[in-house]
Design a protein around this ligand. Structure first.
Ligand SMILES: Cc1cc2nc3c(=O)[nH]c(=O)nc-3n(C[C@H](O)[C@H](O)[C@H](O)COP(=O)(O)OP(=O)(O)OC[C@H]3O[C@@H](n4cnc5c(N)ncnc54)[C@H](O)[C@@H]3O)c2cc1C
Length: 349
């Protein structure tokens, strides 16, 4: 049996685990590891659309996404995140009667200097003719909305962290966790890892099974179906083909549909009955993908110490949108460890 011992072990190398590792490395933590089995194929991150926008109904989500946006810009400037992305904009459609509920969210964006516009049905039909607008449909338009490759994002952060003391243990499926003599032991038949502090960033695959692993507080995971176009955008039957690069990503609050242009190359859509886009799609030209993501009650997430478990942090949840604020979650977890553990939750995002 292979045995390892570290000060801190993170279970999960998806966007959350990678972001935590990065911030720990930046803060000078050295003797720490990620254990993972499946980050390149089973994780929600590996299937993620990678769409980045800020507006959300939940004001905490807005705070987290704004911070992620700032952190990402800094890391791009420092050549830590190597991918550069060209914004193609993002539209968040909603029934105009909800507008008053969104005042605080929009104030936050305004105060942070993050650009946005409210587009009404009338102006929308002229500015974004590729979408079907009805009289009650308004949208928040973010010109900086864009897309990033979630895999590349993790690779860049892990590369930096490995140069600063992170050990990666891949192909290790943790089957059981126990706490004994003041440290955690994570093990299966082949491996055993000891950790003084444990951070659980195992995402959707394992979060419903926390009880079986030996931790309380199991959460729900939900299967999502999305489609990716098999061909490049220029060969799809999309009107205004010349303006493809200007098609914004969108999310429809009322129909819970979304679609995004991935790297100006392919389209990812939540459902093929996309009446929102004024185009005809041929299902043959799309590839169906099933993926799991993680849902905490009311789509709120957990980032912080778990009561009743000494030096155990949970960083997961958020309901299908965690890529766009993963850097800030990583920052908060590393900050909590730096400030010496106290057993309370630092953020119910
Ligand atoms: C299809 C799809 C599209 C999405 N699109 C977007 C989007 O456009 N924008 C956005 O912001 N968000 C999007 N999301 C949401 C976002 O991708 C996820 O919320 C985010 O990737 C979750 O990251 P995570 O690190 O918490 O979990 P994961 O990425 O699932 O990572 C958890 C890791 O832990 C490992 N693991 C789990 N259990 C064990 C164990 N017992 N032993 C060892 N390793 C273990 C897993 O292998 C995995 O690598 C999308 C999600 C899906 C599924």
């Amino acid at each position: 049996m292979n045995e390892y011992e570290f000060d801190i072990v993170i279970i999960g190398g998806g966007c959350i685990g990678s972001s935590i590792a990065f911030h720990l490395a930046q803060k000078g933590f050295r003797h720490f590891a990620i254990v993972d089995s499946g980050r390149k194929n089973l994780s929600a991150t590996s299937q993620s659309g990678g769409l980045l926008r800020v507006f959300h109904e939940n004001t905490d989500h807005v705070d987290l996404a704004l911070r992620h946006h700032e952190l990402k810009k800094t890391l791009q400037t420092q050549n830590i995140l190597l991918e550069t992305n060209t914004p193609n904009g993002s539209l968040y459609f909603f029934d105009r009667r909800r507008f008053n509920d969104y005042t605080l969210n929009l104030h936050k964006m305004e105060a942070a200097g993050y650009p946005f516009e409210i587009v009404t049905a009338k102006t929308g039909a002229t500015r974004f003719p590729m979408f079907a607008w009805n009289a009650d449909s308004w949208a928040v338009y973010e010109p900086l909305g864009n897309h990033a490759s979630a895999n590349q994002f993790c690779d860049d952060l892990l590369d930096y962290s490995q140069h600063s003391g992170l050990t990666m243990i891949d192909n290790f499926e943790v089957e059981r966790i126990c706490f004994f003599r003041d440290r955690y032991r994570l093990f299966n038949r082949a491996h055993s890892v000891f950790a003084k502090t444990l951070i659980f960033a195992g995402g959707a695959r394992s979060i419903p099974h926390l009880h079986e692993l030996g931790i309380g507080h199991s959460l729900k995971a939900q299967e999502l179906k999305v489609y990716k176009s098999k061909e490049s955008l220029s060969t799809l039957n999309i009107s205004n083909a010349a303006e493809n690069s200007a098609i914004p990503n969108f999310f429809d609050r009322e129909k819970l549909q979304y679609s995004g242009v991935v790297g100006q190359q392919r389209l990812i859509v939540s459902d093929l009955s996309l009446e929102k886009l004024n185009h005809c799609f041929d299902p043959e030209r799309f590839q169906e993908i099933w993926a799991l993501d993680c849902y905490a009650p009311q789509r709120l997430g957990y980032a912080g110490f778990l009561a009743g478990h000494p030096r155990l942090l949970l960083a997961t949840g958020w309901g299908g949108t965690a890529f766009k604020f993963s850097l800030e979650i990583g920052h908060r977890i590393a900050q909590a460890l730096e400030n010496k553990p106290i057993e309370r939750s630092i953020a119910h995002a």
